[in-house]
Design a protein around this ligand. Structure first.
Ligand code: C5P
Length: 229
């Protein structure tokens, strides 16, 4: 039996990786599997929370998560998050969001013209959904949690970059997650440091993505007692 310690809490978790359309058949994407986000949604549901998973291009099994909203691009992810956030006690942005998107998306497929080189793809910056949600607090008292996948050979550097990101984003909690070199993306296990908005360590966790998910929820519960009823 799992303790129902998140009962009464409404949570929204984003997971997966966004795809930014280049034309009707091509996109700019990333390697996020969405497994950590699915594990977070699943753990919250098992612990009694009312969960909505906003899944960006998920192909992994959803492990029984009941309420799933499917999105593709960053624009769609942002729209869903902003629609759901006003009713959420906790918002967790696990999705890997593209920093940039093609400035224009032609209605028909871009063709290769013989004798001509590749046409450049102009990019424009995407809004930072996490930073917006943290700044605007669409529900008063809401806890906003972000993830930071950081690459680096030196774990010290990884934590350092993560702490700086925490201060920039303004989320209540940022889960710093080393990726690359067989870590993080697409793997079964994770090793994370959870920091607050000042970049100070509040918890550490390692293990399966489910174990890391449970550690994140434990930290959320400690950081701020349940607000809703
Ligand atoms: O800056 P970086 O992409 O490393 O930040 C990661 C965190 O910010 C994740 O929680 C991710 O979901 C969120 N993010 C976002 N909107 C963006 C970029 C990242 O919400 N445009």
């Amino acid at each position: 039996v799992v303790a129902q310690d998140l009962a009464g809490l409404r949570v929204v978790v984003s997971a997966g990786g966004t795809r930014e359309p280049i034309d009707p058949v091509r996109f700019i994407g990333n390697l996020s599997s969405g497994r950590q986000g699915i594990a977070l949604a699943c753990a919250a549901q098992d612990r009694g929370a009312d969960v909505t998973l906003v899944g960006a291009n998920l192909t992994e099994p959803l492990d029984g998560v009941a309420d799933v909203v499917r999105v593709g691009s960053t624009a769609e992810l942002r729209e869903s998050m902003r629609l759901l956030a006003p009713d959420a006690d906790v918002v967790v942005m696990t999705a890997a969001v593209a920093d940039f998107r093609p400035a224009r998306t032609p209605a028909s497929k871009i063709k290769k013209v013989p004798g001509q080189g590749p046409a450049p793809i102009e990019l424009v910056e995407n809004p930072d959904i996490l930073a917006e949600l943290a700044r605007e607090r669409l529900r008063p008292g809401q806890v906003v949690v972000g993830f930071a996948a950081e690459t680096g050979d030196d774990t010290g550097d990884v934590w350092h970059h993560g702490r700086a990101k925490a201060r920039r984003k303004g989320a209540d909690l940022l889960v710093i997650n080393p990726v690359g070199h067989g870590k993080g993306f697409g793997t079964d296990t994770n090793e994370v440091l959870i920091v607050d908005a000042h970049g100070e360590t509040v918890a550490q966790a390692q293990g399966t993505k489910r174990e890391v998910a449970d550690a994140v929820w434990d930290t959320v519960l400690k950081a701020s007692p349940p607000i809703s009823s």
